[in-house]
Ligand binder design. Sequence first.
Ligand SMILES: Cc1ncc(COP(=O)(O)OP(=O)(O)O)c(N)n1
Ligand code: 3NM
Length: 499
Amino acid sequence: MHKPDAATKPIVWTIASSDSGGGAGIQADLHTFAALDCHGCSVIAAVTAQNSTEVVGYEAVSQALFVTQLNCLLHDMPPQVIKIGLIPDTGLLEQLASWLAQHKTQYQFIVIADPVLSSSTGYNFVRQSTLSTWRHKLLPLLDLITPNLPELALLSQLPQAEVELQAGQLLQWGAKAVLIKGGHSNSIADITDHFISSNSSFQLTQPRLSTVHNHGTGCVLSSAIAAACAHDYELADSIIIGRAYLQQALCHSYATGKGAGSLQHHAWPTEPRYFSILKQPQDTDYDTLSFAAIAAPIGFYPVVDNVQWLKRLLPLEPDVIQLRIKHGTAGEVEQQIAEAVELSRDYQLRLFINDHWQLAIKYAAYGVHLGQEDLTTADLSAIAAAGVRLGISTHSYVELLRARQLLPSYIALGHIFTTQTKQMPSRPQGLIRLKRYAALCSDIPTVAIGGITTERLDAVLQCGVSGVAVVSAVTAQAEPEQAFSHFKHRVEQYYAHHA
Ligand SMILES: Cc1ncc(COP(=O)(O)OP(=O)(O)O)c(N)n1
Ligand SMILES: Cc1nc(C(=O)O)sc1CCOP(=O)(O)O
């Protein structure tokens, strides 16, 4: 895996307290930042004396030293993201709130807080005055707060209300988003975390692991989310990454003393088993769908915008092509699709129809390719029942989890580089992300798309995808047939040597 060199590592701060046992607090935060390719800085609020069974005591640092740590770092190592953990002193919390208010707009850092109010061994760190400062001074400065269920009840002052209402109260007090950790729920088999902001919500469910070695889970989760944000992932993607990092760390946790042991820090999570089931309000609940499989590797996958292109390329023996018609009347589109499907049979071409899933079913095309927006309107059960293969576009972890859960025939990963062919609402994903996405799809064929040229071809293939889709690298070339044959040959050669 590519590692950024030291000079390019994003800087993340933890403002929290030392855990002498090493499994939580500042120590866990720094381990997490390092494992996720960030440079971690620490602002220590208090030193706790604790081991795996109990917190014996703590002492806060002076307000002067606390603020000196903040200012000293800011002048030389400003953060992309700040993670806040245990601040067991109202005076320090007040100082922190005013310091954040003073600098957040100018430095544009993201602030994520894990409101540690008591230890998992039962030690209570907060007083009523501390809670009031959290509510009225800290919350308006937070981009995300990650309470567990008891912390949410305490902070919201609505212990009897539904968790959504409790989280709504934190949003009203100014937090931009709330991730409610479900670990304290009664559910035995699973844990569901709820994300709520003013304009979106989703749930992440993962199996509850039976380990007792879970000291520091809250610290690690919030730090992993902070690290992913520092790598410029959107907040929802960062939460998915953070939760997968935690699941991986819990899967390999180990005993330290006589009590709850520590998490094993590893690296960027890529194995599908560490990733949650994502549920969004717009998702249809399907009974298990089963789409016809597509032989992998998919290989070279040109995308053309009319049947004339298909006729031009067919003599060159393409194996897979997508017909992506964006203009014409309904009648013209249908005529082209009908003709293209018939031609595809004569040439044993695996033809995917973009968008027009009803016509793909009607003419029994090999497959259909759908975007994320199409997933809410298309009848996926009808596509599966017709034996038509399904490919789905993705551009983020959120979209990738959503697509994976439908078990499609393949998943498209885009757009990797800047493309002139289509206006994209998302940013180019680049090769590091492509490699992570492809690894997460080790059990489903993948196709990379967006800005792929002959110069970039090898680097893309080396990311572990099963196919490469291009538009302009063929159809905008002076000699499209030559470009097609060159690409096809190189892709075939690659897969012949990397079966
Ligand atoms: C292989 C492949 N990947 C992605 C796309 C984009 O599909 P979609 O999101 O449906 O957008 P439009 O193609 O409709 O603009 C694709 N067509 N093929
Ligand atoms: C049609 C399309 N879909 C994309 C996605 O990321 O979903 S990128 C793209 C255009 C790809 O064209 P070119 O190879 O010319 O860059």
